[in-house]
Design a protein around this ligand. Structure first.
Ligand code: ATP
Ligand code: MG
Length: 361
């Protein structure tokens, strides 16, 4: 069995540095390593509509933003199939059949969906489509026979749900679907990067993001306004690292060589942390360093994005070609699923023959 990757993002805004460390960076590394037989990256517009039904224009506008961010990060359309979810109708059909394999109470237990419902004030009026999106995500993953799904930690419950659906389907209808493995970031800080407010996960919907396409002065402004340790008031005070967003970001983004380049008084991140916890190191100094680090990381991404922005029709063409390729693959899986479920009546010669016999007796 080959190795196949599938992952994606909702076009609810531009992509941010949380996406980058949580999943995007990994995709580019996997692409460049080249040991996958096929790689699919999906812009999940249909999923975005499940909680943006009254704002379809937002979703429509952000498709190109997400595509540009992909290309800017180094995803290569020659090696990775970039496609738009809604253009693959087979995914809806798969979801419809998988719905019969999942109970309402199982969906209600999904911790990510629970917190997202709360965040969106959906408690009293959850759209059915939103409630069932983990099932549609199972369709996305299984349609491509994905073995590997590189995502942030918030996606763990979705992968669990997918595995359950695969097991249930295979046990009822016979071995057809592939159980996928989640690929989480190895770096703890990248599992669920907090927003600049330090409160929750950085999320497009919460407005606490540093976007990949952000201009240098905006990056600096956001870094300087970041949440640190509220008890670290005077420079001489000992500081806490836990919950200190600036240090979490340094854990996520800092490379050893940045010390020589931007902060040569320290040999490495550990020395900087030790000084901070001992006292005598001000927040501004650490923020200035983080600003340098993020500027260095984001500059090449921003510049590449500007190149692709010059030829928007080409970017749509990439998505169109990708969607065609993705649909062919999903159609193949759907036909296997229908055959397993024995709802492929017109291709089932044995069925027609046995019914003929039954009525001729
Ligand atoms: P929305 O608020 O619309 O749900 P989002 O910012 O959560 O948007 P998604 O499109 O839902 O982004 O997530 C895309 C991918 O990025 C997923 O793999 C998710 O796990 C990962 N991801 C999103 N936010 C973070 C984060 N703060 N840290 C690490 N990974 C993240
Ligand atoms: Mg999300």
């Amino acid at each position: 069995m080959g190795k196949i990757m599938l992952t994606g993002d909702r076009p609810t805004g531009k992509l941010h540095v949380g996406h980058y460390v949580g999943s995007l960076k990994r995709r580019v590394e996997l692409q460049n390593k080249g040991d996958f037989d096929d790689m699919f990256v999906m812009i999940a517009d249909a999923q975005a509509l499940t909680d943006n039904a009254d704002n379809p224009e937002k979703v429509r506008q952000n498709i190109i933003e997400v595509a540009l961010d992909y290309l800017a990060c180094g995803l290569n359309p020659e090696k990775v199939t970039l496609f738009i979810q809604s253009q693959i109708p087979e995914l809806c059909e798969l979801s419809f059949y998988y719905m019969n394999l999942v109970t309402v109470s199982r969906l209600q237990r999904n911790p990510t969906v629970k917190s997202e419902i709360q965040m969106r004030n959906f408690e009293a009026s959850i759209p059915v489509g939103f409630f069932t999106y983990p099932i549609s995500q199972a369709a996305d993953i299984t349609a491509f026979k994905a073995t590997t799904v590189p995502v942030g930690e918030d996606q763990l419950p979705m992968l669990e749900q997918t595995k359950e659906i695969v097991r249930k389907f295979n046990s009822v209808y016979g071995d057809t679907l592939i159980e996928p493995d989640i690929l989480l970031p190895e770096n703890q800080a990248c599992l669920r990067l907090p927003g600049i407010d330090g409160k929750a996960k950085m999320s497009k919907s919460l407005g606490n993001c540093i976007y990949l396409s952000e201009e240098p002065d905006e990056i600096q402004k956001k870094v300087f306004s970041m949440f640190t340790d509220p008890t670290h008031i005077k420079v001489s005070d000992p500081g806490k690292l836990e919950g200190n967003t600036v240090f979490t970001y340094l854990d996520a983004f800092c490379r050893p060589e940045y010390f020589a380049e931007f902060l040569p008084e320290y040999a490495n991140l550990q020395e900087l942390k030790d000084h901070y916890t001992r006292g005598g190191l001000g927040d501004m100094k650490v923020k200035r360093f983080l600003n340098h680090v993020l500027q260095a990381e984001l500059e090449p991404i921003r510049n590449r994005r500007k190149e692709y922005q010059k030829d928007i029709p080409y970017v749509y063409e990439i998505l169109k070609k990708g969607s065609e390729k993705a649909e062919a693959k999903a159609a193949q899986t759907l036909s296997e699923v229908k055959a397993a479920m024995k709802i492929n009546y017109f291709e089932d010669a044995e069925l027609i023959q046995s019914q003929t016999k039954r009525f001729s007796e």
